[in-house]
Design a binder for this molecule. Structure first.
Ligand SMILES: Cc1ncc(COP(=O)(O)O)c(C=O)c1O
Length: 447
């Protein structure tokens, strides 16, 4: 039986026309507009569990899950209950509440490196704060980021976050620098040292030149903004050691991976301890959130007084969100982490099934990642190891065609190869069957 067609999107088209009268590209982020979903976005109206519905009533299995924010899928009954209850009592006071300490206690019990935690309202705010803390703590200004890593849209992080033609990337020891945005002074980037990821030799070379000036090295543990690129064995521990060798802090950006790969994120999964780590997405189960966690000695710099690190925010410790976090983390920790076993089983089945389809259909494609998160690359390579591989060897146009074929068959996913497939606790083996049937049909026609 062919997968249900979701090609009739007349109302989405009409709504997109209307939205463009008041919103640039009809949306609030270019990753949701026509640049990615050409000719225009599918306008979604509601979601439940692992499924979403668009304005035309088409139903999809959602594998994007709000870029990973929805760790329990859409409208999880427990989250709905907590939200209704909390709203009825008052959503936010911008004052001390039990809710914020209760959320922090649960956070600390799950993340081993989190002696203390500070909540922000987004991942971008968390990485912004982590850098300010590292600069204050070390008394240094520069920091090192890696090509192809995304840490939010704060000015100094907006360097080489997008892909570029492989022949323009420059030498590994001195990569060409591509600002991701206009409106950022060139001088901002004078404080940024850029390095290729997963390559210790090039990094050590760069550190010999700049290591002693660095406040921090910041890295994603798994590259989640060039698809899904895994660290080489021992690489993350080595990054941490190298940062310390040069007197810098190691900031692990777990905004995507936190609470997803393990209760304690990738730092627990790979078994190492960063100085500071940043969180977001899955922590809020669909509510806007971010967090910085680390040792008291570093976070204590935010304590009021001379020379303090400033971090304000009307919505910090938002009561409703704090209550959601507590409920979310309780769900994740329940039954000895049964939620993680379920996510891994479903994710690994999807990955194995997709690999089988590509093999049987003789399509040059690989699936990278495991369990909670993965990405498909149309390539002849055995693996994509870094930004440079991605720029040179991933056929992103073919990936977009593949995903558009899936969108037409009831699978919701972004056509951007730079993102990744997400498995939530709401996904089932039945959803995997639906995906594989649709993927097989698309592959039969894929050119
Ligand atoms: C690794 C990483 N860090 C930080 C951010 C920024 O988080 P937010 O979008 O919540 O500001 C993102 C967002 O995708 C991310 O992928």
């Amino acid at each position: 039986m062919p997968a249900a067609s979701t090609r009739n999107r007349q109302r989405s088209k009409e709504w997109y026309q209307r939205a463009q009268q008041s919103l640039i590209e009809g949306v609030n982020s270019p990753s949701r507009g026509a640049a990615v979903y050409a000719p225009g976005p599918i306008v979604l109206e509601r979601g439940r569990g692992s499924h979403v519905w668009d304005l035309d009533g088409n139903e999809y299995v959602d594998f994007m899950m709000s870029f990973g924010a929805l760790i329990h899928g859409h409208a999880h009954p427990k989250i709905v209950e907590v939200v209704s209850q909390t709203m009825a009592e008052g959503s936010h006071f911008a004052a001390a509440t039990p809710a914020e300490a209760e959320a922090a206690e649960r956070f600390r019990s799950m993340v081993p490196s989190a002696e203390m935690v500070r909540f922000t309202n987004s991942g971008s705010e968390a990485t912004m704060l982590a850098l300010r803390l590292a600069r204050a703590h070390t008394g240094r200004t520069k920091f090192l980021k890696f090509e192809g890593h995304y840490h939010g849209w704060y000015d100094p992080y907006c360097l080489n976050g997008h892909s570029h033609p492989a022949d323009q990337l420059g030498p590994k020891e001195n990569p060409t620098r591509f600002p991701d945005s206009s409106g950022i002074p060139d001088s901002t980037f004078e404080d940024v040292v850029l390095a290729p990821w997963n390559d210790l030799q090039a990094l050590e070379h760069i550190l010999q030149r700049h290591g002693r000036e660095l406040a921090a090295i910041i890295s994603e543990p798994i590259m989640a903004n060039m698809g899904c690129i895994l660290p080489r064995e021992g690489y993350l521990q080595k990054l941490c050691d190298l940062a310390h060798q040069y007197g810098a802090l190691f900031i692990l950006d777990e905004v995507v991976t936190g609470f997803r790969y393990a209760p304690g994120g990738c730092q627990q999964y790979y078994g190492f301890k960063p100085d500071l780590s940043t969180f977001g997405k899955a922590l809020g189960a669909g509510f806007p959130i971010g967090a910085v966690a680390g040792p008291r000695a570093v976070l204590d710099r935010m304590r009021w007084g001379d020379g303090m690190v400033l971090h304000y925010g009307t919505f910090n410790g938002h009561r409703l969100t704090m209550r959601v976090i507590a409920a979310n983390l309780d769900l994740l920790a329940a039954n000895d982490g049964a939620a993680y076993k379920q996510i891994y089983a479903v994710g690994n089945a999807a990955i194995a099934g997709l690999r089988d389809i590509f093999r049987c259909r003789k399509i040059d494609a690989i699936v990278q990642g495991f369990g909670p998160m993965f990405q498909v690359y149309f390539t002849r390579r055995d693996a994509i190891h870094d930004y440079r591989d991605y720029c040179e060897f991933a056929d992103t146009a073919k990936y977009s065609r593949f995903v558009h074929g899936l969108l037409d068959r009831g699978i919701y996913m972004t056509p951007s190869n730079g993102l990744h497939w997400i498995i939530s606790t709401a996904h089932t083996m039945g959803d995997v069957d639906t995906l594989l049937q649709a993927a097989d049909e698309v592959c039969a026609e894929l050119t």
